[in-house]
Design a binder for this molecule. Structure first.
Ligand code: F0G
Length: 360
């Protein structure tokens, strides 16, 4: 292969692929870990298991470099921050944003400080921030408290905020909608995703709308957002002072992009609903057991939403349904081991014992 051909064949991240739709130009020095280009996997066994007669596709965002969708926005946020001469990146996080910020800051040679709710982020995410050398401040409070502190830090003018209140993050994240349209040849009929701080539903709707306006897709999906019942401010119509859910990534009581989430749902004739922790854990186990796709609990919120809508007869037969699985299951091994249907069986080191345990 010639150099030209081989470089065309190599995926080098969402900014290069979708530069025409992003605030970059040929002079931009890109900070990338080659995020994006994640698999859109058809899931017939899962659809059948929930009694769905629709075409179910899973956008596996856990396959991004740091294991979540955050990398799409972080590549652009860190690229722009470095371009502006920022020296310190800060974010509040339930874990994934901090993992992504820490990684991209390391890649860019910038300092990173993350504010996380003490004791409430999954082990894998904490490990990622620490390994990438981010100063990790465990705040005695929840995500909303940490984000309020980050906003105040931003006002000092000494740091660059890389939460999704930075509009550049939304720009990067919208590329997931582009990829889905490119893979399906058009937008899906329904797009399900979990909603926490509400940046991602905002980003997807922006992506679909822009692709539609550019003539890259003919249709638009209904945006179907789901929150955890213990942290459902948008559904309930009021901030939640003490959000609680097994889906720790979306343990958020006062989402920053609340208004734009509502706007996306209204403009797309979509829906916002809530699911219980029991329903989240059911969906969490079902995805892994039926399709081998292991996600973190927050991602299962979207699947629990599909199950709820299917049972309520809200999804038409023969339609195309896409679910964003936002983060990888390995992020949160504790929840997995605690709730898995199967547990390890200890055996003596001999064939008879192994056969007896297997029942053969
Ligand atoms: N799924 C996962 C795995 C997440 O980490 C998040 C948000 C969401 C869904 C919700 O996305 O906030 O755009 O509505 N995590 C943020 C964080 C809050 O700090 O990692 P959203």
């Amino acid at each position: 292969m010639s150099n030209e051909k081989s470089s065309r064949a190599i995926w080098s991240g969402v900014i290069r692929r979708y530069a025409a739709h992003l605030p970059v130009d040929a002079a931009t020095s890109i900070v990338t870990l080659h995020e994006g280009n994640t698999p859109l996997v058809r899931a017939p066994r899962l659809a059948a298991a929930i009694g769905g007669k629709f075409d179910l596709h899973l956008k596996c965002e856990g396959l991004n470099p740091t294991g979540s969708f955050k990398d799409r926005g972080m590549t652009l946020a860190v690229t722009k921050a470095r371009e502006r001469g920022a020296k310190v990146l800060v974010c509040a996080s339930t874990g994934n944003t901090s993992a992504s910020a820490a990684a991209y800051a390391a890649r860019a040679g910038l300092r990173c400080v993350v504010l996380i709710p003490e004791g409430k982020i999954a082990l894998g995410k904490l490990a990622q921030a620490l390994m990438c050398g981010a100063m990790t401040l465990q705040v005695r409070g929840n995500f909303d408290t940490a984000l309020a502190l980050v906003r105040q830090l931003g006002e000092t003018g000494e740091v660059e905020i890389v939460n999704s209140i930075n509009p550049v993050r939304i720009e990067g994240q919208k590329t997931a909608a582009f990829e889905i349209c490119d893979a399906l040849g058009d937008a899906p009929d329904y797009h399900f995703l979990p909603v926490g701080n509400a940046g991602n539903i905002t980003a997807y709707w922006k992506g679909y709308s822009e692709y539609h306006a550019a003539g890259e897709c003919d249709t638009l999906p209904r945006m179907m957002g789901f929150q955890a019942a213990g942290a459902a401010p948008i559904v309930d119509g009021a901030p939640v002072a003490h959000p609680e859910t097994v889906a720790a990534a979306i343990r958020i009581g006062n989402p920053a992009s609340w208004q734009s989430a509502n706007a996306a749902i209204a403009a797309s004739s979509g829906h916002i609903g809530k699911v219980t922790d029991a329903a989240i854990l059911e969906a969490y186990k079902l995805a892994a057991a039926t399709e081998g796709i292991f996600v973190e609990p927050a991602s299962a919120v979207a699947l629990a939403g599909v199950i709820q809508c299917q049972r309520a007869g809200l999804i038409d037969d023969g339609t195309i349904v896409v679910v964003t699985l936002t983060g990888h299951g390995l992020k949160d091994p504790d929840t997995a081991v605690q709730h898995a249907a199967v547990q390890p069986v200890t055996v003596e080191p001999d064939l008879a014992a192994v056969k007896a345990a297997m029942g053969i």
